[in-house]
Design a protein around this ligand. Structure first.
Ligand code: INI
Length: 162
């Protein structure tokens, strides 16, 4: 029996974080949460690259470019789409999520979806370090795990070489 499970050790791993300026009062705490997660799991600040983009809609293109560069073990996307008064909420949220998923499958690099999609501002605030934790922290930990598990899976089974 062969079992692979990602370790939560970021030492030596390189990450890119794509973060939206739209709803910056939400995305800044998400970024802080992600950086906190990398540090708490042994990552080094110099191994983290941050790229700011206008909004969730732009995330997939930039995440894909970063993944294709071969310079990162995982990419983390951080943003917030809040339904509120946004008529095109479904369009922005849907395109962002499907673009992020496609970019990961196309490049073979883990690209984590840390784009909050909430009905209200309150729900978004709850996910940025208040009562529902910090989604940025959570997706960064998932990025560490994914980068490690892909390193473990032998190349013939679709993983990257250790
Ligand atoms: N971008 C977001 O990241 N969150 C939103 O809630 C949002 N709303 O509400 O429209 C949003 N729109 C901007 C979009 O992501 C693009 O930046 C814009 O359409 C330019 O392409």
């Amino acid at each position: 029996m062969h079992t692979f499970e990602g370790r939560r050790n970021a030492a030596g791993l390189r990450f890119a974080v794509v973060v939206s300026r739209f709803n910056e009062f939400i995305t800044k705490p998400l970024l802080e949460g992600a950086l906190d997660a990398f540090r708490r799991h042994g990552g080094a600040d110099e191994d983290v690259t941050i790229v700011w983009v206008p909004g969730a809609f732009e995330q997939p293109l930039v995440a894909k470019r970063l993944a294709e560069s071969g310079s990162f073990d995982a990419v983390v996307c951080l943003g917030a789409v809040i339904r509120g008064a946004t008529a095109h909420f479904d369009l922005v949220a849907g395109q962002s999520a499907s673009g992020i998923a496609s970019a990961a499958l196309d490049t073979g690099v883990p690209i984590m979806n840390g784009i909050l999609t909430t009905d209200t501002i309150e729900q978004a605030i709850e996910r940025t370090g208040t009562k529902a934790g910090n989604k940025g922290f959570d997706v960064a930990v998932a990025a560490v795990e994914m980068a490690d598990v892909l390193r473990q899976i032998p190349a013939a089974q679709g993983g990257t070489k250790p």
